[in-house]
Ligand binder design. Structure first.
Ligand code: SAH
Length: 225
């Protein structure tokens, strides 16, 4: 069987298993996962494992997150077509590609990455897979992206000690932030909503997750890991 067909089948199986374990609940998130080829976002040596439900190394001591973890975050984020979304921690570009599908042609995704090597990696992955509405920025995403604020949705794809204040300030009215918050070893999802200027914060899951650390001004400081 040609590789493309094998990946197509494996992708459908992964999505079905994520529906069964209730990581995927909405049609929109299901369709996004069916559209984005994860094999184009993993390091070449892990290509055959692209549809295993695990995080995989992408170099520079970073990982592409586990699909069911990403799905759970995307369900909490409730992205709508046409929205402006910020992702902190672009990594391989896979989550940005999913977000691009969720916002659709009229929407826009800004994605910040700290590491130059991963800027080049994600840029080539997004170009190769024809993703057009993702703008890549190199910098410290813990400070957000003031120049393009406010954002309807903000997704933090790395572990934070707390949700950085600049992200809260850069959130639009009725906006939502989803982030894994905790220490370096375990985090749970926090959701922030801005309603009539007020900030509502809730812990969104009892389940714990392990993300790579957020660095920069409002992240974990270098001597702590
Ligand atoms: N969403 C990614 C997962 C990447 S892992 C994917 O789909 O593959 C988290 C990423 O956050 C790493 O690439 C890391 O370099 C980046 N990162 C850590 N601290 C950051 C910061 N302050 N600003 C921007 N990116 C950061």
């Amino acid at each position: 069987m040609p590789e493309k067909e094998v990946f197509g089948l494996q992708k459908k199986q992964l999505v079905e298993s994520m529906k069964l374990n209730q990581a995927v609940g909405s049609k929109a998130v299901e369709e996004a996962f069916l559209k984005v080829p994860r094999e184009e976002f993993v390091s070449p040596q892990y290509r055959s494992q692209a549809y295993s439900d695990t995080a995989l190394p992408i170099g520079f001591f970073q990982t592409i997150s586990q699909p069911s973890t990403i799905a759970a975050m995307l369900e909490l984020l409730e992205v709508k077509p046409g929205q402006k979304v910020l992702e902190v921690g672009l990594g391989s570009g896979y989550v940005a590609a999913l977000l691009s599908n969720l916002v659709g042609e009229k929407g826009k995704v800004y994605a910040i990455e700290f590491l130059k090597g991963l800027i080049d990696f994600s840029k080539s992955n997004l170009e190769r897979t024809g993703v057009k509405n993702v703008e890549i920025i190199q910098g410290d995403g813990s400070q957000g992206l003031q120049a393009k604020a406010p954002f309807d949705r903000i997704l933090v794809s790395c572990a934070c000690p707390f949700i950085p204040k600049p992200l809260v300030d850069q959130l639009a009215e009725k906006g939502r932030i989803v982030a894994p918050v905790g220490d370096l070893y375990m985090q749970y999802f926090e959701v922030i909503q801005k309603i009539k200027g007020k900030i509502l914060k809730k812990q969104a899951s009892d389940q714990m997750f392990v993300f790579v650390p957020l660095r920069g001004k409002y992240g974990f400081q270098k001597d702590s890991f």
